[in-house]
Structure formats: C-alpha cells, structure tokens
Design a protein around this ligand. Structure first.
Ligand code: PLP
Length: 286
C-alpha cells in the first residue's frame, strides 16, 4: 500500500497586502538604495533588540564578514568556532585568511562548549565566533570571560536567533556585536539581508562604511580600509559584503517590517506610525 507523504514546511514568509503596499511605497519614493527606509528599519530593530546601534547589510554572512574585518582577523589567525552551524559561521573569517579551530558543542544545547573553547585557545587565536544554533542562545557570559582573559574578539552569530533572550534580555543587548539574518526561512525576511547590532558607535560607523565600499556615511568618496582603521588592503575580495544595499533589498527591507512571522514583534509595529496597520496582517498562529 502506498503511503501518502506530506511535506511540512519548517518556515515560510507571510506576505500580504500591507507588504505589497510598502514595496510600492519604496518603489514610488525613488530611493531604491539605503535612504530613510533603511534608517527606519535599523532604528526599529535596534530598539527591539535593545542595542544602541544597528547597520543593515546585504546578508547575515556579509554582517559576520564585516565583524571579522573589524576584529582585525587576518591571514593565519586562528578563530575558535563551532563545528555545528551553517557554513557562513566559519566562511566569514576564512575569507580574511583566518584558520578555523573547531571546539566541540555541549550536547544539551548543541552550542559551543566554553570549556572546549578555553582548551582550544593558543597564542595564535584572534577571536571566537559563537552561534546561537536554532535560535538557542550560546553561553555568552562564559565566552566573554574567555575572550577578555585572552584578549580575543567575540563575534556572535545570532542569524537564527532574532527575538531570543539570554538571561532575561534580548539577544543583541548584551554587548558583543552580533548579527541577525533575514533569509526567507528566518523569523522575519527581507528576501536576503542581515543586520549587525553593536553597543559601539565607532564600530557601527565602520560597518556603515564597509557595507558601502568604504564610503563614510554621508560621503560619496571611497576610502581605503586603512583610513577606516582596519587592515590596509582594500581588496576586491570583500566586495560581496561591501556592496551597497540593492534596490530589491530596499523594497524588501521596508516590506519586512510588516512581515514578521511571529507575534513577539507586534508591539514594535504598533508603536511606529509608518507601519500602522501591519499588525492586522500578522498570520494566525493556529
Ligand atoms: C547560523 C547561521 N549563520 C549565518 C547564516 C548566514 O546568513 P545569510 O544566509 O543571510 O547569509 C545563517 C543563515 O542561514 C545561519 O543559519
């Protein structure tokens, strides 16, 4: 007898009339790259996750890559990370010549085990890249202590974890710079897209410059990495992450504010007049 097999989708974006309206608004505004829609998106998300600064980028991978550049990861530097994640978690520093050193995960959480991280640190270690796998927060406090003790950068890959909390506060509000991603299988979607959040104004300015080919915010001129305070080569190898947000991102970024697929974000939308009415388009959880 043939059994019927039905697929169960892990996640899917909810796109309704309000999203269509917002896409049209952006198209008619004439601002198809960066501009006020992106500014507002950054402001809303930063507020929601409790981070002082946010910079929207073209993907989660791009955000992680920019953080690796600003952490000064270069050729031969070791970076301790998890063996259990999406490839981007290690690729982001391999792009800069960093060498992955995999520390095992805690079998209860599937997140990197701080004891294994400590054991993996050598004099060549430059940074730790930790992941909140499947949206479950990693052991941030223990990892930060290790990073502080050895003078390492700590980069948090929260690409799967928008809306999660660690010790009662949203991820993004704890200090280390972290990255959220907005691919269509994520909590919210911009089609493709990502967001770096940080508590450091200088780091936020650097992200905004690097995402846009090295242009200082508000400036139209390209600047070499050196003048931005990062490694001197301004190589073409970073163009995937420094590309300006494309027109389609601008459409979808505006759209995405109304595309939250979970209810946690409802108050954010209700608070903002620009997106008034979005809540009524939220999907039923039933
Ligand atoms: C843990 C993790 N890191 C990084 C990424 C990369 O995000 P993006 O696909 O937006 O580049 C993803 C996306 O699936 C992810 O799940």
């Amino acid at each position: 007898m043939r059994q019927e097999v039905r697929g169960v989708s892990l996640s899917g974006p909810y796109l309704g009339e309000r999203e269509e309206e917002l896409v049209l608004e952006v198209m008619r505004s004439g601002r198809l790259s960066l501009g006020p829609t992106i500014d507002r998106f950054e402001e809303l998300l930063a507020e929601r996750v409790g981070a002082p600064y946010a910079a929207a980028v073209s993907s989660g991978t791009a955000g992680l890559h920019l953080l690796c550049i600003s952490a000064g990861i270069g050729s031969g530097d070791e970076v301790v990370t998890t063996p259990y994640s999406f490839a981007a978690t290690a690729n982001c520093f391999v792009y800069e010549g960093g060498v992955p050193v995999f520390a095992d995960v805690d079998r209860r959480t599937l997140n990197i085990d701080p004891a294994a991280v400590e054991a993996a640190v050598t004099p060549r270690t430059k940074a730790i890249v930790a992941v909140d796998i499947y949206g479950y927060p990693c052991e941030l406090d223990a990892l930060q202590r290790i990073a502080d003790r050895h003078g390492l950068g700590l980069i948090q890959d929260s690409c799967e974890a928008l809306g999660a909390e660690y010790r009662g506060a949203p991820l993004g509000s704890h200090g280390p710079a972290c990255v959220f991603a907005f691919y269509p299988n994520k909590q919210i979607t911009t089609g493709e897209g990502g967001l770096v959040v940080t508590d450091d104004e200088g780091a936020a300015g650097l992200m905004r410059a690097l995402r846009n080919q090295g242009r200082a915010p508000g400036d139209t001129w390209l600047q070499p990495r050196l003048s931005l305070g990062v490694s001197p080569d301004f190589s073409s190898g970073t163009c995937h992450s420094t590309a300006p947000l494309s027109a389609s991102k601008a459409y979808t970024l505006s759209c995405s504010v109304a595309t939250y697929s979970t209810l946690w974000v409802t108050p954010l939308m209700l608070k903002d007049d620009t997106y008034k009415g979005c809540a009524s388009t939220l999907p039923s959880t039933g």
